[in-house]
Design a protein around this ligand. Structure first.
Ligand SMILES: NC(=O)c1ccc[n+]([C@@H]2O[C@H](COP(=O)([O-])OP(=O)(O)OC[C@H]3O[C@@H](n4cnc5c(N)ncnc54)[C@H](OP(=O)(O)O)[C@@H]3O)[C@@H](O)[C@H]2O)c1
Length: 358
């Protein structure tokens, strides 16, 4: 089958649309909502290859959402859409994952999955595989590749695995591994549809900023709704072209570390002026959270700064010190540096953090 043609299960899904579109249910609060996976419509089987920190976070978001009355509403997304194709407009997928497989190598990793996910009712529909990726890949409708980037080649190059991926949706979150690289490993004629996605560490608290790479040809709506649904379980999503993935990795993947440094700096200043350390961490973190909340609701940072800078006051005094220290240029350069390093790592180069001119 050529790569342009939809895999079998997508076509089957399309045929189910008319029927399932008529299936509505009365939610406990009286609202009418589309019922994901009504009894006649089988759910999807989702297999996570490499179910460690990120795999558990994503499965946790999905399973938690499935136990709520409104799977679509689990993550609250303030009304304003960011540029590009973003989360609020996406409808509920016609079919949701309701069977799960998690693959690891070590028994200890399997026990971790159990201890972190067994609290969700959907865990009853989960199987954990140790040292067997093939069986659950064969059974899967959707594959989430969440192993370390260096394991991708070894795992997917197996001929049986390539065959098991045929006609399926494979979502990779492996940093620095492009969709083209994965497609090349699977083979030119493989009908597996590969999507590259970059979540971040805040997935653990369902606050990830996830960038989903657009693809050519575009993902059919049924699939894009599904991918969006999965990743809105762990935070916000935005679709951007694959050419932006290195910059996205720098901003969203490295971003939490950069923000943590700024947070530490706020705390250091507060502690230097006599604030108790523990309270200072809470104060700085909540202040950053409140500020980002305002920006995500549409407040422009420059307006926000002006609003809190009383003429002759303390805020403008502090802001000017930050400007003298070239905070904006320095942080922007850190993002640019991380983008360059991400692109070089993606090309397999090593030792790429050597000194560079300004
Ligand atoms: N962590 C982040 O913030 C973040 C953000 C964005 C993207 N990512 C990407 O997400 C991926 C996973 O990161 P992570 O932090 O979740 O790593 P992790 O916690 O180390 O998880 C990797 C998992 O892969 C399993 N694994 C290793 N070899 C395997 C094999 N041959 N077959 C099946 N499973 C295997 C490991 O199990 P064993 O220990 O039993 O071998 C482990 O559970 C990486 O590619 C990373 O680039 C991570």
């Amino acid at each position: 089958m050529s790569r342009e043609l939809a895999p079998d299960w997508i076509l089957k899904q399309a045929l189910d649309v008319q029927h399932s579109a008529n299936m509505t249910w009365r939610a406990p609060n009286g609202a009418t909502a589309t019922n994901p996976n009504p009894p006649e419509t089988p759910g999807l089987e989702l297999t996570v290859i490499g179910c460690g920190t990120m795999g558990i976070a994503i499965l946790g978001g999905v399973m938690d959402s499935l136990s709520s009355a409104h799977p679509q509403d689990h993550v609250s997304i303030p009304g304003k859409s960011v540029s590009g194709t973003s989360t609020p407009a996406e409808p509920l997928p016609e079919r949701l994952p309701n069977r799960f497989n998690a693959c690891v190598r070590r028994h200890q990793s399997a026990k971790r999955i159990q201890s972190e996910l067994s609290k969700y009712p959907a865990f009853d529909k989960m199987t954990i595989y140790e040292n067997d990726n093939l069986t659950p890949t064969k059974a899967a409708d959707v594959i989430l590749l969440a192993c370390k980037p260096q394991m991708v080649g070894e795992i997917l190059a197996d001929p049986e695995m390539k065959k098991a991926c045929e006609g399926k949706l494979l979502i990779s979150i492996c940093a620095g591994v492009t969709g083209e690289q994965i497609s090349a490993i699977l083979g030119e004629d493989n009908s597996c549809r590969v999507i590259r996605v970059m979540p971040n560490t805040a997935a653990a608290v369902r606050e990830s900023m996830t960038v989903i790479a657009t693809s050519t040809p575009p993902l059919p709506p049924l699939l894009s709704h599904l991918v969006t649904w999965i990743f809105t379980r762990i935070g916000r999503v935005v679709y951007l072209p694959p050419s932006t993935m290195d910059a996205s990795t720098a901003l969203c993947g490295s971003g939490p570390a950069f923000v943590a440094l700024f947070l530490e700096s706020l705390v250091a200043g507060g502690v230097a002026m006599g604030l108790p350390r523990e309270e200072a961490y809470t104060m700085a973190a909540q202040t950053m959270r409140g500020t980002t909340g305002l920006v995500l609701q549409g407040e422009h940072p420059a307006i926000l700064k002006d609003k809190v800078s009383t003429p002759g006051g303390c805020t403008i005094g502090g802001l000017l010190v930050l400007e003298e220290g070239s905070l904006k240029g320095t942080v922007a350069r850190a993002v640019r540096e991380a983008t360059v390093v991400a692109s070089q790592l993606g090309q397999g180069k090593i030792g790429v953090n050597g000194p560079r001119g300004k």
